[in-house]
Design a protein. Structure first.
Length: 652
């Protein structure tokens, strides 16, 4: 794949004459036109679209997106005839839907209601739904069906709705459609969603006495107040108190626990309502392993437990080293949850910890049948090969070629190659909406061959397709991975696993936190590491989009962390994801813990799963790189084993 550092010089000049020279005729390949199309779209978004200058691109599959970019730039003033012509020419394509999604709100802003209604298509977007309802209201079509549709939107959730909905609800109120009963429905839903602002907005228009009570309810959800002790003993009062205390428990579980008994007694909260509050008190205590965790977990009735709290009860006991309680917590899980390889592994481990090693063997065997982090650990325990059953569908080249020619898929891949991920995903979804399961899988193959590797993560489904390991675990930039791994004395399978977990091998990936490139390096970290290792040619944050540079910096940073954390990969991986401060806290809280228990008791769900995922990926990449693997039990401790593990597909 072309990196941001290696693009053709046609990207650099902005002169229209050079753009024409780059594009040439429609007979040129997409590769030859790619740079020109990228630049043309960039120019269009800056208001510099020139139809004559881009004439050589008219037959390009992405020309519709180029036009879209120009139209969107001036969406509030776009000529209706021009908009309708665009929609007609690209009818049925993702670009038409994308244009309609920005054009209809523009029509609403300039109150061109007839045009909006003429071009309306059903949407799940509440802003667009309100625009359509406003159009019907303004054009005299506010009939019984309109009122029913507006009430359905009002009732849809207790969350805030766009400002465009305000005129709709004002019109509904004028027509008597927001009766006190209907207003209370939204107030109740907003209380359940813990949205006091929405409660207050919904209450406007209630009779005076009811309005005062509704605002009092909203104030309680916002911040519990003793005035609630004198509320009428109604089911609604009990519901509001339950919602307010549950919300309080998220930020101050101590206060919620202190206040619950007095409200329960004053208003008559039933057992289920008290359990709802105690659930939140326990959850937001145990998530930080606070001292009262075990007691508060025990105060939650078993009937109120779900999978989330079952897991936390097991982790909390593990964190204290209370092996019998941890074992009991796992055995209290529903069968479907307990049967996961993770909990089979820990049930077996806890049986060993409590002197029942013989009972653990069958659980280890069951866990070892799964190609997961805990399954690989179980295979190590049993000294048996890792379970891996690759699937080779063996589809013909003709079927794959037919899928590859699908126009939407062609557009999706081209958009991905010019870093238009959101548009690419729209085209991808459009293509897949017409594909059967075989065609969908073949589309993933086509995307992977084009360097769009994450389609295997999002596009494969079911147990059988999870066995397409070559698609799910791509090997790319392997020369750089091997080189930098050797330079930093790291296992190349680990480096590949980090890339797979961080970016799925997309060199242009960028996170909301501004982590960049294959190994998702933050610019400050990149600059610091580049300086420390004397990386020549490092040109600032943009250099992180170059694959070789990113791998060099990311690998050196892994080595730096590994040295800091005493050569322990499992701690290093946690620090790579969460940073040094929480990692230091986890180390101080549970010093000397076995790696598997330490990982499982990490308080951040993202990091807990990330560590297990990277270690499991490392095993699979070891297999992909060499056909066997370093035992996971040794790998996570940073130990080198004399014997490497084999892989086998279990019978059945």
């Amino acid at each position: 794949m072309l990196s941001r550092m290696k693009r053709t010089t046609c990207l650099l000049p902005l002169a229209a004459s050079l753009l024409l020279a780059c594009t040439g005729t429609g007979a040129q390949t997409l590769d030859a036109q790619r740079s020109a199309m990228r630049m043309a779209i960039d120019n269009a978004e800056r208001g510099q679209f020139d139809a004559a200058a881009t004439a050589g691109l008219r037959n390009h599959p992405l020309y519709g997106w180029l036009e879209y970019s120009a139209l969107r730039r001036g969406i509030d003033t776009v000529d209706t005839a021009k908009a309708l012509d665009f929609l007609k020419r690209y009818q049925g394509q993702a670009v038409a839907d994308a244009f309609r999604a920005v054009w209809l709100p523009a029509l609403a802003r300039r109150q061109d209601w007839p045009t909006l209604l003429a071009n309306w298509q059903p949407s799940s977007d509440p802003g667009l739904q309100c625009a359509e309802l406003n159009a019907r209201l303004a054009t005299g079509k506010a009939d019984a069906k309109w009122s029913s549709d507006a009430q359905a939107l009002w009732r849809r959730s207790g969350k805030s709705l766009p400002d465009a909905c305000d005129p709709v609800f004002a019109g509904l109120a004028d027509r008597g459609g927001l009766t006190p009963a209907v207003r209370w429905e939204r107030i109740d839903a907003a209380a359940d969603a813990q949205q006091p602002g929405v409660m207050r907005a919904a209450a406007r228009g209630l009779p005076t006495a009811e309005l005062a009570q509704a605002n009092d309810y909203a104030a309680f959800v916002d911040k519990p107040d003793a005035r609630a002790l004198k509320w009428p003993k109604t089911e609604r009062s009990r519901r509001i108190v339950t919602d307010g205390l549950a919300k309080l428990a998220r930020t101050d579980p101590d206060a919620a626990e202190r206040q619950l008994p007095q409200y329960a007694q004053a208003l008559g909260l039933d057992a289920a309502q008290q359990a709802q509050v105690r659930y939140q008190i326990a959850l937001w205590t145990v998530a930080s392993y606070l001292p009262d965790s075990a007691r508060r977990l025990a105060a939650v009735p078993e009937s109120a437990y779900d999978e989330r709290l079952h897991e936390w009860r097991a982790r909390e006991a593990m964190a204290r080293g209370d092996w019998p309680s941890a074992l009991a917590a796992i055995r209290a899980m529903p069968a479907s949850q307990r049967g996961d390889s993770r909990w089979r592994w820990f049930e077996a481990r806890l049986l060993e910890k409590t002197g029942k090693a013989a009972e653990a063997v069958s659980l280890y065997r069951a866990a070892a049948a799964e190609p997961t982090f805990h399954g690989f650990l179980a295979a190590d325990k049993l000294r048996q090969p890792y379970a891996l059953c690759p699937w080779n569908p063996g589809d013909g080249a003709q079927a794959r070629a037919a899928v590859a020619r699908d126009p939407a898929l062609v557009r999706a891949l081209e958009l991905f190659r010019i870093d238009r991920a959101a548009w690419a995903t729209r085209e991808w979804a459009d293509a897949l909406s017409r594909f059967d399961d075989t065609q969908r899988r073949l589309a993933v193959e086509v995307a992977s061959e084009g360097g769009w590797f994450d389609r295997a993560v999002f596009g494969l489904k079911g147990a059988q397709e999870m066995r397409l390991y070559a698609l799910r675990f791509p090997l790319h930039h392997d020369d750089a991975i091997r080189r930098e791994a050797a330079r930093n004395a790291l296992d190349p399978a680990w480096v590949a696993a980090e890339i797979r977990a961080e970016s799925v091998f997309n060199p242009n990936a960028r996170s909301p936190a501004n982590a960049m490139g294959l190994m998702q390096v933050l610019p400050a970290t990149g600059a610091d590491v580049a300086k420390r290792i004397g990386l020549s040619g490092y040109g600032g944050a943009a250099s992180l989009y170059d694959a070789d540079t990113n791998i060099a910096i990311g690998s050196a940073y892994l080595r730096q962390l590994l040295d800091k954390y005493d050569g322990l990969p499992y701690v290093t991986i946690a620090a790579y994801n969460a940073g040094p401060t929480p990692t230091a806290r986890w180390q101080s809280q549970r010093p000397g813990f076995d790696p598997d228990f330490w990982i499982e008791t990490i308080s951040y769900k993202e990091t807990r799963e990330y560590v297990a995922r990277v270690l499991a990926f490392s095993v699979i990449y070891d297999w992909r790189l060499g056909g066997d693997a370093l035992p996971l039990s040794d790998r996570m401790r940073g130990q080198r084993a004399d014997t490497r593990k084999k892989f086998a597909c279990p019978a059945g």
